[in-house]
Design a binder for this molecule. Structure first.
Ligand SMILES: [Zn+2]
Length: 408
């Protein structure tokens, strides 16, 4: 009798366990199906190099661009979320510290939180760092009035990454991909396909994104490089290592945004506190790219397709490069006494230089279709593990059949 009871107990335990295991499996698979379906339909493919007879030059001279060069930072962290995030000092302390270092524009980009403008501040940009997933995909979102709480927190396929960029850009002035190398959050292959964002961090405390920038540019994506501090403290040497110098046509919010969007700014990575070089002019004339600097640089490099160094000049304040038929873009980087400057690229185009990059990657109809199919597939999977759901689905089918019977 005891043996029978023991066997019965074991069989019952196995049955319960297997049913529980089956249900758990179904739940996990259904969740994954929904997770994969939610970004919807996105058209994604590796882009082709820039082509066309014309050259887009972000520093092109005109009668209008005679305004000031403004020192700007868009990526820094104050204390937020009751100290749970890793900003060490208050937003006010952070702001005052940047001001003392002659920053004209200080963007405080706390995680998922927008700092309201400081009173009387005319050049303040609302920004925040978006992203709270395990994969470390973060973006600086500038000019948004409210925080977006969407993300794909487990892992991100290329479609997830594109979906998030599309959603963030819908309410923002600028979207910058942050520290793409960190946790390999954005791969070089990702950068060949992603579009619709404005720039990528190339040098910060955490970012080494030059290769990512070249991968994007080599695939015909007109995006700008960004240097920043990504500082989390005002006392540990976090401030004043990376910034951008924006050539705005006047000292106004609109003029700064317009200049950043057209790429008329210079990235600075200061490895010491020595005087920083600056850009006097950059011109393309008769197939020759000419750069004129404010001071003599130790080294000036011209970089092109695939990140290849095309030409370099040492100890010069002016340099020229004869553009070849094979060049799709050319960007210039230079260093002067350990401080690096990264200029935005000139690139080929045949008409509107930004049209393809900012064309919608998805469609609402396609996304709705993929999501509906995902929900249906998830319900089918759940029905395998949950008989009660099967009964509900059958009931629904019967009532529909009953309702469709002709009445005479
Ligand atoms: Zn950050």
């Amino acid at each position: 009798m005891r043996r029978v009871l023991r066997i019965s107990l074991r069989v019952a335990t196995t049955l319960v366990a297997s049913r529980a295991a089956r249900r758990l499996c179904c739940l996990i698979i259904a969740t994954l199906v929904l997770y994969m379906a939610w970004p919807g339909w996105r058209s994604l493919s590796t882009g082709a190099p820039f082509s066309g007879d014309r050259w887009y030059n972000p520093y092109e001279r005109s009668d209008e661009n005679v305004g000031p060069w403004l020192k700007a930072s868009f990526h820094s962290h104050g204390r937020a979320w009751l100290g749970l995030s890793d900003g060490e000092h208050s937003d006010q302390e952070l702001f005052a510290n940047y001001r003392r270092r002659n920053f004209d524009i200080v963007g405080i980009s706390n995680y998922q939180r927008i700092r309201p403008p400081f009173p009387g501040e005319d050049l303040y940009f609302e920004c925040y760092e978006h992203g709270f997933g395990l994969g470390g995909q973060h973006q600086t979102v500038i000019g948004n009035k409210s925080v977006r709480w969407l993300d794909a927190p487990l892992f991100q396929t290329l479609r997830h990454k594109q979906w998030i960029i599309d959603e963030l850009r819908a309410g923002a002035e600028l979207v910058i991909v942050n520290h793409p190398n960190r946790k390999n959050s954005y791969t070089l292959d990702d950068m060949k396909s992603l579009r619709g964002y404005h720039g990528v961090e190339i040098r910060t405390r955490f970012a080494k994104g030059i290769d990512h920038w070249d991968a994007a540019l080599s695939s015909g994506n007109p995006v700008w490089g960004f240097c920043a501090d990504d500082c989390h403290s005002v006392t540990r040497g976090h401030i004043g290592n990376g910034w951008i110098l924006v050539h705005a046509r006047e000292r106004s919010r609109e003029a700064v945004l317009a200049a950043v969007k057209r790429g008329e700014f210079v990235n600075v990575r200061a490895m010491n506190r020595l005087a920083v070089n600056g850009l006097e002019s950059l011109e393309v004339n008769d197939g020759v790219l000419t750069v004129q600097l404010k001071r003599v640089a130790d080294m000036i490099r011209f970089v092109g397709q695939g990140g290849k160094i095309l030409h370099w000049v040492s100890r010069a304040g002016r340099a020229e490069y004869e553009i070849s038929e094979d060049d799709s873009y050319v960007r210039i980087e230079l260093n002067t006494r350990g401080t690096f400057l990264y200029l935005n690229p000139i690139f080929r185009h045949a008409g509107d230089p930004f049209a393809a990059h900012f064309a919608p990657a998805g469609s609402s109809a396609g996304t709705a279709t993929v999501r509906v199919m995902g929900v249906m597939l998830a319900m089918l999977v759940l029905a395998i593990g949950f008989p009660s759901l099967r009964r509900v689905l059958r009931l629904g089918r019967r009532s529909r059949q009953h309702g469709s019977e002709p009445t005479e």
